[in-house]
Design a binder for this molecule. Structure first.
Ligand SMILES: Cc1ncc(COP(=O)(O)O)c(C=O)c1O
Length: 311
């Protein structure tokens, strides 16, 4: 009998949680990173792309051979490209202005249409365009920003995995895009430890480009409940990029820019903590950012860094 070989999609999740031992953290405070770049398409978004597709299949919103559309500045689009290909769907991804160019190229390699929206200054406009295309063409909109399945996937899987790997979590730090990660994992960790501190990070976007999560301009991702956060930091991209460089140099972990932002904040949270365990989300790896040369730009103090959708 042939051995049962799992599908690529069966390898989503169960990512490593590793302690960052080389960074200078004070005695008694330990930092652990959840390495989501280990997912098959390279980011945490594999989890929700699969979860949202399976949920839509189950309740009949997604028909065999259908077309799925989503707005994404990167990782969700790539994750959906993989999931769509494996499960037989056409995928279209609406990309806002200032998307990292390598994303479009990766999507093209998957055979996915990246619909580059030059007029979409922010993710909200890209979501609006994706919704109107879905209505016009009868496509299925994945809906990462609105569908509570996003939060549920992180509650059940990402959060459950972290607790199985490290039962005592005192601080959890994650970047906010849709808010799915921080809401789902946060809820699960709080059930295990009501005193856990849940800390969200928003990317600081430039004046010329209001990012989805520049909540200072009044936008709240619908899934994000601010009263479930214990702390919120706004991180500029140069700090995030330089922290990502620090983690590859010190820990030999190739982490993406939101991972750098999360680490930047985790190190500050560590200063406030007497003792305890901090878990930080490394939502993707650094590879896809290399062609944009963010490290050089960060060192040179390039002001346009904050005008790019790095996550
Ligand atoms: C690299 C990276 N980090 C963090 C996030 C934020 O995750 P979430 O959408 O679950 O809030 C995203 C999502 O866009 C991402 O692509």
């Amino acid at each position: 009998m042939d051995p049962v070989v799992p599908d690529l999609l069966d390898y989503i999740g169960q990512t490593p949680l590793v302690e960052l031992t080389a960074l200078q953290v004070k005695p008694g405070v330990r930092i652990f990173a959840k390495i989501e770049g280990q997912n098959p398409s390279g980011s945490v978004k594999d989890r929700i792309a699969l979860g949202l597709v399976l949920a839509a299949e189950r309740d009949g919103r997604l028909k065999p051979g259908g077309t799925i559309v989503e707005a994404s500045s990167g990782n969700t689009g790539i994750a959906l490209a993989m999931v769509g290909k494996r499960r037989g769907y056409d995928v279209k991804v609406v990309l806002p202005k200032a998307t990292v160019p390598a994303i479009v190229e990766v999507l093209a390699l998957y055979g996915v249409d990246g619909i580059f929206c030059e007029q979409c200054q922010d993710m909200r406009q890209a979501v609006g365009l994706a919704k109107s295309m879905a209505e016009r063409h009868g496509w299925h909109m994945l809906g990462q920003f609105d569908d509570p399945t996003n939060v549920r996937v992180h509650y059940e899987h990402t959060g459950g995995e972290i607790l199985a790997q490290l039962p005592q979590v005192d601080v959890f730090v994650a970047g906010i895009g849709t808010g799915g990660t921080i809401m789902g994992v946060g809820q699960r960790l709080r059930e295990a430890n009501p005193a856990v501190r849940i800390v969200g990070i928003e990317p600081k976007m430039g004046d010329r480009l209001q990012g989805l999560c520049s909540m200072s301009d009044g936008f709240r991702p619908p899934l994000l409940k601010m009263d479930q956060l214990d702390g919120r930091w706004l991180v500029d991209h140069a700090s995030a990029i330089l922290a990502a460089e620090r983690v590859i140099k010190s820990e030999a972990i190739n982490a993406g820019i939101s991972a750098g932002a999360a680490l930047h904040v985790a190190l500050r949270e560590a200063e406030r903590l007497e003792q305890g365990n901090i878990v930080v989300m490394f939502s993707d790896g650094g590879w896809k950012y290399l062609p944009a040369k963010p490290w050089e730009a960060a060192r040179a103090g390039d002001p346009t860094l904050d005008d790019v959708h790095w996550w």
